[in-house]
Design a protein around this ligand. Structure first.
Ligand SMILES: [Fe+2]
Ligand SMILES: [Fe+2]
Length: 358
């Protein structure tokens, strides 16, 4: 039987590789990503100032902090204190890489200010725990700061994904510590660690970490939408090689700290894969790690008629409609904010679709 012309066209269409039609040049994508980051940063700062403007000295009744915490809890507080001591490195190293980006660099400085108060909060917790003299604490700080943290990845997109997992992991650590401090742990070693001041401290700091996690998730969604192939590759690499910042620097007794938080059910491999990696994958529209890694295999880069590289077959490994919706919601939130402040009248940040059709 001879095929009719429409039939032939249909067959050709069916066999054509699924190449989404890209609408934006690299330059245009980078510009819209930057606009999105600036808009998110502005929204974030206003919200942070309105809802999370706490002070590590004044907002906690440190005199009531318990002086008889278990050795395990003291070990944990000391570990948290140590990890947050590297805040100058967390800020400066990445800031050098992203300094040209208004949105990312200004956000990063703000983020650093919030991390700085975490360092001071744990400093107060250690001081008022009565387990180290003020001089010993200062000596310990000096010892810590002789080591230096360096970036695990030099690429700003990679660092966005790294920070997604790191912030969530930190939040999980503090949330689970708050459970112990509320007297709700079923581990016998923490039977006598209920402490309302510590519970409030861990909870307050966990809320900051949740806000950080959410900001970086939004950044990750923007990258996934505009640069899906590169973003998926970055996420796979980051998950594969992930290590918490504390393990990258010289913290005395870090192995003991890791063992203590593991035995406390605060943070270990189980929490990492279930409450951190899977949580972030769910939030970004991936079923699981395998789906993510399968997504990477399907991604092929093919040139379009103008020689620009486009991703093919990308939509099978990723819930792209939900990423698209999420990115539109981000820009919707920015729009609302800019309408309130008046920026929308003269310089509105507008969503720009990356593809002609899905
Ligand atoms: Fe922190
Ligand atoms: Fe954080």
């Amino acid at each position: 039987m001879i095929n009719t012309e429409p039939e032939i066209i249909r067959q050709i269409e069916e066999e054509r590789p699924r190449v989404p039609v890209g609408l934006l040049s690299r330059h245009q994508k980078d510009r819209i990503i930057e606009r999105g980051m600036v808009g998110l940063y502005r929204w974030y700062v206003a919200r942070s100032q309105a809802h999370r403007n706490w002070n590590p000295d004044r907002d906690f009744d440190w005199r009531l902090f318990r002086k008889d915490h278990s050795p395990e809890m003291v070990q944990i507080l000391k570990g948290f204190f140590a990890v947050e001591q590297f805040v100058p490195d967390y800020v400066t190293d990445l800031l050098r890489v992203i300094r040209k980006s208004h949105g990312r660099s200004h956000f990063h400085i703000r983020w650093g200010a919030e991390e700085e108060r975490h360092a001071d909060l744990w400093y107060n917790a250690m001081l008022f725990s009565g387990q180290m003299s003020p001089d010993a604490l200062r000596d310990y700080m000096e010892e810590l700061r002789s080591s230096q943290w360096t970036l695990p990845w030099q690429d700003p997109m990679y660092m966005t994904f790294y920070t997604v997992f790191q912030e969530r992991a930190t939040q999980v650590n503090y949330l689970n510590t708050a459970v112990i401090a509320r007297g709700k742990s079923d581990k016998p070693q923490f039977a006598n660690d209920a402490d309302p001041v510590l519970a409030r401290a861990a909870q307050t700091i966990a809320i900051d970490e949740a806000a950080h996690y959410n900001f970086f998730l939004e950044g990750a969604r923007i990258y996934l939408y505009y640069y899906p192939a590169q973003a998926i590759q970055a996420m796979v690499d980051v998950i594969r090689h992930f290590a918490m910042p504390g393990s990258q620097v010289n913290i005395p007794d870090y192995a003991k700290f890791e063992e203590t938080v593991y035995k406390a059910a605060i943070y270990g491999p189980r929490e990492h894969s279930r409450d951190v990696v899977q949580h972030a994958l769910d939030a970004l529209g991936f079923d699981n790690r395998r789906a993510l890694e399968a997504g990477i295999k399907r991604v092929r880069q093919v040139p379009d008629e103008e020689g620009n590289w486009q991703e093919s077959q990308i939509f099978e490994g990723i819930d792209f409609p939900s990423i698209t919706d999420a990115v539109q919601r981000i820009f919707g939130r920015i729009k609302n904010y800019e309408e309130e402040t008046g920026h929308a009248d003269i310089d509105p940040t507008l969503f720009q679709p990356n593809y002609a059709a899905l």
